[in-house]
Design a protein around this ligand. Structure first.
Ligand code: ADP
Ligand code: ZN
Ligand code: ZN
Length: 728
């Protein structure tokens, strides 16, 4: 009997929610291999997802696979995860799979990186030998001279001469240099500190279980969470072949963490995976994870999809951080995907943070807690205390106001040669008018936005529709005449600081000034050498890094988050201010945090001052319960945008109508304009979905999205579905 014919299902990067059938070529084909296939008039790379003995496509329409690589890209569990992700986030399966494949492979440039070589001079190489070289061989002479002093690695060649590889080959062929495989020197492992009692308790709980459990380590900044990760890793990576994945929210946090882990585990291969790597480095590191060579993998959100040989533990540092969410293409949340991954792999997962996301908190402390909760309430370094937090009422009526109390506090630090961090909330650098007595703010009558104060012309203006009016004399709600423009720009603050402290060294940093790793490193060095007195910056300074001489943190304008229409704004503000407060007083110097605010007694600030996360979380949860918001409901967001307002609105209405036809019990809100109504010239609308259960939500989304995809109007707009949205 002839062998039964086989059909190969291939994932391809096209916006259709299906796999594509091909006929095999004469190679041995396996699930997970990457293949070149004809698609339309193109030839593209795809991944074999399954092999079956049946197909729905007429036999004569099937094309043959052109070629297959031996390398297996994904294993069974990872496929399972990717299918789950495609289903859950409603992203086409082929695009889901291909979006996690390293780009070199997609470009069919997946060659294996050669092992690095080191070049060493033989005793034939000396100055006389170099003298005999023709004078015009300048580069060859230069490299040869360098080699007399030191041996040189592949990656260092170009530091000595341009096109160093060519020169070195010539020296090798002249037999004055020999090449050998380079292996890194292994330092002695750093001795770990003894854990304090709180840490010991946490660690001993963590090492008890090895199957699928989720832990939340809730520990204040500096309480020694990272030290616990290190000692926990020790129990894993020393076992044969075990691998550990550590996810961090920001690339900026990887070098610091990488250095700490390398000191502790010098003999274990550690790789990082993030977008600052070159495509070649990324592929190389990804392969080291896949082969099992790398034991410790530190990466940002996409690393959650890395193939591993033997993954045994996942750690998510700063789990509350919004950067774990991807807002483009495949809109996933890496923490939630990691949860699923840990389940499929049947391994433990550890979430660490000083300010848990409310959803995480609910899962650890709520009625139906699924996670195990562990707590660290003290700073790990002896005598280091959490900084004291005060609120300072805003000063003058108008203008760039830094209150006198704050000015005095800054002055005293500068005199004592301590450092000050001025933290500015990026969102809302445009000043708006608020009442210092109640929470009224001047809003546009035609848009869901606040009016912006224009001090020069003494007018209020809507930046969305152009509405323009005079500045009112009193609050429209309570009649109070004390109205403040709130929200200052970084530059303005820097200006007034320069006037106030002409002798101080003031440095303003933002994403633009510290884009590269070098720039950041330089900043830390300058801070440590005390070349800077006052550092002015945004969110990016709030995370992770220690400034030992920093004793004062000033928060100038955080209030705008208090009246945002995004229901997560207070939660984010709390966590951000907690993080930034954590920068002060890390070592011996006592830290202080001053928050300048028009609402000194607002619950968010009260909770911060009392360092009482659990009370704060409790009150937020009560609010959410009343409003039936996450985690008490399951949400999705349809985002629609178009050049014309009419198209955006018409599509949204059509979508709403279609959804209503399904007679599901999911509540639909909208269409409404998001907080940013217009973005990059596009008019935007949203429909918000609120369901009592995940399955209810998914049961509506699936058929609804299918109809929207095939609707003729969908060509006139850009639209997307965001499941579990965290920003509006
Ligand atoms: P977190 O990750 O919670 O911010 P870290 O693990 O970075 O905290 O610890 C904060 C500081 O305390 C670090 O400098 C760390 O080296 C130190 N540290 C942590 N645990 C101990 C310990 N048991 N004994 C002494 N120092 C510790
Ligand atoms: Zn008022
Ligand atoms: Zn308006």
């Amino acid at each position: 009997m002839a062998a039964k014919e086989k059909f190969i299902q291939v994932a391809i990067d096209v916006p259709m929610d299906q796999l594509f059938d091909y006929l095999p070529n004469d190679q041995i084909l396996k699930i997970g291999q990457y293949v070149k296939v004809p698609f339309g008039r193109r030839q593209i790379i795809g991944i074999i997802c399954s092999i079956s003995s049946a197909t729905d496509v007429p036999r004569e329409k099937l094309k043959k696979i052109l070629s297959a690589e031996e390398e297996i890209i994904f294993d069974k569990n990872l496929f399972k995860l990717l299918h789950f992700v495609s289903n859950y986030y409603h992203h086409p399966i082929g695009q889901t799979i291909m979006s996690v494949v390293p780009s070199r492979i997609k470009q069919a440039k997946g060659q294996i990186k050669k092992a690095e070589k080191i070049y060493e001079a033989t005793n034939k190489l000396n100055l006389e030998w170099i003298e005999e070289l023709p004078k015009r061989k300048v580069r060859l002479r230069k490299l040869a001279q360098a080699l007399i002093l030191n041996s040189i690695r592949d990656s260092e060649l170009n530091n000595f001469v341009s096109n160093g590889r060519e020169c070195i080959q010539e020296l090798v062929s002249l037999e004055v240099v020999i090449a050998s495989k380079w292996t890194p020197k292994i330092n002695q492992a750093e001795t770990p500190p003894e854990l304090n009692n709180e840490q010991k308790k946490v660690l001993s709980a963590l090492i008890k279980k090895h199957d699928n459990v989720a832990w939340l380590i809730h520990g204040i900044t500096g309480s020694g969470k990272t030290e616990i990760y290190l000692q926990l890793l020790n129990k894993f990576v020393n076992k044969d072949q075990s691998q550990v994945l550590i996810l961090v929210p920001e690339i900026n946090l990887t070098p610091q963490l990488e250095a700490r882990f390398k000191l502790r585990f010098p003999d274990k291969t550690l790789v990082t995976l993030h977008s600052h790597l070159s495509d070649i480095e990324r592929l190389d590191n990804w392969r080291k994870a896949k082969s099992g060579e790398a034991k410790i993998i530190i990466g940002t959100r996409l690393a959650v999809f890395t193939p591993f040989l033997n993954l045994k533990l996942i750690i998510i540092d700063e789990e509350h951080d919004g950067s774990f969410k991807q807002y483009e293409g495949l809109r996933y949340h890496a923490r939630d995907v990691a949860m699923m991954r840990a389940k499929y792999e049947n391994i433990p997962i550890v979430l660490g943070t000083a300010t848990p996301a409310l959803e995480t908190w609910f899962n650890a402390k709520g009625e139906f807690a699924k996670y195990s909760y562990l707590e660290l309430t003290n700073r790990a370094v002896k005598n280091a205390k959490l900084p004291i937090i005060h609120t300072i009422p805003v000063g003058d009526k108008y203008g760039p106001i830094i209150s006198d109390i704050i000015i005095k506090a800054i002055k005293s630090r500068i005199e004592r040669h301590e450092q000050v961090l001025i933290f500015i909330n990026r969102r809302g650098y445009a000043p708006v008018l608020v009442c210092s007595n109640c929470s009224w703010s001047a809003n546009c009558e035609r848009c869901s936005t606040r009016l912006v104060v224009h001090l020069k012309t003494k007018r209020l203006r809507c930046h969305h529709c152009g509405y323009d009016t005079t500045i009112p004399m009193q609050c429209m709600d309570c009649g109070n005449t004390d109205l403040h423009p709130l929200g200052l720009g970084t530059q303005k603050i820097e200006q007034s600081l320069n006037q106030l402290f002409p002798k101080a060294n003031i440095l303003r940093v933002d994403r633009d000034t510290t884009r590269t790793k070098d720039a950041l490193d330089q900043l830390y060095q300058r801070m440590n050498k005390r070349e800077i007195d006052i550092l002015v910056g945004t969110q990016m300074l709030a995370k992770g890094h220690d400034f030992p001489n920093l004793s004062l943190v000033v928060v100038i304008d955080a209030d705008n988050a208090l009246y945002s229409s995004d229901f997560r704004a207070p939660e984010r503000l709390f966590s951000q201010l907690m993080q930034v407060a954590g920068r002060a007083g890390r070592a011996e110097i006592k830290g202080e945090v001053l928050i300048q605010t028009a609402f000194p007694n607002h619950p968010v600030y009260e909770a911060l001052k009392a360092n009482n996360f659990s009370e704060f979380a409790k009150s937020l949860l009560e609010e959410r319960k009343q409003m039936q918001l996450s985690p008490f409901s399951f949400n999705a967001l349809l985002n629609v945008e178009a050049k014309s307002l009419d198209n955006s609105l018409a599509f949204s209405h059509m979508a709403l109508e279609k959804a209503n036809k399904f007679k599901s019990s999911v509540t639909l809100f909208g269409p409404v304009r998001p907080i940013m109504e217009r973005l990059k010239g596009f008019e935007r609308h949203q429909i918000f979905l609120q369901a009592k259960s995940r399955s209810e939500l998914q049961n509506l989304l699936k058929p609804w999205i299918k109809e929207l995809r095939s609707h003729p109007m969908s060509n006139r707009v850009k639209w997307s579905i965001d499941v579990d949205p965290i920003e509006f």
